[in-house]
Design a protein around this ligand. Sequence first.
Ligand code: 5GP
Length: 244
Amino acid sequence: MTKTELLYEGKAKKIYATEDPEVILAVYKDQATARNGKKKVNVAHKGTLNNQITSHLFNYLKANGVASHFIKQVSATEQLLHKVKMIPLEVVLRNLASGHFETKFAVPHLMQFNRPIVEFYYKSDALDDPFINDAQILALEIATEAQIEALKTKALLVNQVLKQLFDQLGITLVDFKLEFGLTSSGEILLADELSPDNMRLLDKKTQQSLDKDIFRKGLGDMIPAYQEVLHRIEDKEQNANVLS
Ligand code: 5GP
């Protein structure tokens, strides 16, 4: 399948139409951004790493009962996706306190929650993605009550599956951000990407970050950490294949 018209260019990906109106093609870019694009640099290999990590994780989620827009990886930087109408919400799930939760409520770093927290943010670069609650989502007619509940349920399920996977890889899944879209028949599908760009991952042994916090906090080169995440996922898959 070949790409045709450029439909959208975001901070980390370009989205193209294809000859099939129901299928789009995502090209992962070698660009890292933080603070809503205010900090932006070119980072070689980031696109291929995030494409591969996302492809592995969407395949893993599918095998564990979580449907997504992902069809298949088609090249080092490209993947084919079902076209969906994006819901303008960032769905953040937190297992441990970090980032905005830690600073907003002045709680200890990595404070453990009794149960995972789901939060919504309204996707708007102009407004800096503000926090939004259920009543505000309903007032702005972004989603219905049933859809809000479905988003929460799906985020919790993604967490259950990924947390277990990362535990096996010696990695703590601290928090992550998901985005969802609607198919033409109204089904809610997990969309966007699943990479160290939108999740916080900590090496269980060293407590080192294996995610974009390295870039956000200016702690050095993010690429070896992203490679480490990919290698651990691939090693686990190879072992699973050898055993099966
Ligand atoms: P926080 O709200 O603490 O900044 O982020 C919580 C989690 O969601 C982190 O794993 C972070 O990577 C992810 N996240 C939140 N907002 C964004 C965003 O606008 N872009 C990306 N890529 N990830 C986000």
